[in-house]
Design a binder for this molecule. Sequence first.
Ligand code: KG4
Ligand code: ZN
Length: 346
Amino acid sequence: MRDQGASCPVRILGIETSCDETAAAVVEDGVRILSNVVSTQHALHERFGGVVPEIASRAHIEAMLPVLDRALQDAGVGLRDVDGVAATTTPGLIGALLIGVTAAKALSWLLEAPLLAVNHLHAHIYAVWMAGATPKLPAISLVASGGHTSLFLTRGPLVHELLGGTVDDAAGEAFDKVANVLRLGYPGGPAIERAAARGNPAAVTFPRSLLGPEGAAFSFSGLKTAVLYHCLGRNVSKGDIERAHYDAQFVADVAASFQEAVVDVLVAKVCGTAERHNASSIMVGGGVAANARLRDRLRAEAAARGLAVHLAPASLCTDNAAMTAGIGYHLLKEGRQVPLTVEAEP
Ligand code: KG4
Ligand code: ZN
């Protein structure tokens, strides 16, 4: 570890392997991104229509060292120039998490540098701060990703109280599964968004499940099934999905109508929760937050209700290690380093 002079920036090496991206980044003082390398496994999972955990773990093993090398090279720093090593320890696929956590432990031991254990959902929220935003706190934070749709009451970069989450599918998972039904490929979010651009969001009225507008819970499973039945009828089999052929305009209209239903629910829940908690602002991150329709609708609805909304930059919404390194800086600053015995938790 380096000797840190008073004016010396603090450099954190971040490692993220919670799902199907092998990522490493070097970030200074929690905000200056010196490098941000993401190696995605999408091509490996595409034919399964979703992430296969065993394939993900093996791919992380292969990608980890080249990705780390590249992150250091891009940043123009050596391993000895790093002041701390931050890795995602939870939540995620356990086999995938273990690869990144083990790499981080080895580096922390080798460099005698502090090891920092990052909660991936908190890191998704932290991406908002990386854009230089200064949200008024407490804020209501929404993380909408492939694995989670969660609302938090946020009091600082490291202080988040979970208010509620999805009782079944996550928002991103619904995008991926609907994209599979529509034969649009994986990951589904960007593919649905592209198809939706040519479609009519009012073409099909899909259900909006609010699970009681007062609560902070979400459910997207019914919506996903409604799309499936709309496309292929009620007695549909897996083979029917694989053999399905649709007219391009039908796909565009279903994609747009489905996207609108998800966006309606997310916007209503996050704004309603912010008002009920008298929150000063709204923060939004996670892969689904890259969706332009969601971003536009959130900005418009928050403005109409007099709420400030801060979105993670689109480039930092999907999984990356810059947000991991960024929040790692705050863990280090607060003296929250962890021992080498720290465990990954799904
Ligand atoms: O945050 P993320 O990269 O990984 C997890 O932590 O899960 O989120 C990935 C999810 C996938 O389900 C993907 O389909 C969705 O985010 N996603 C999107 C968009 N880009 C990624 N969903 C809607 N619109 C997008 N543009
Ligand atoms: Zn994520």
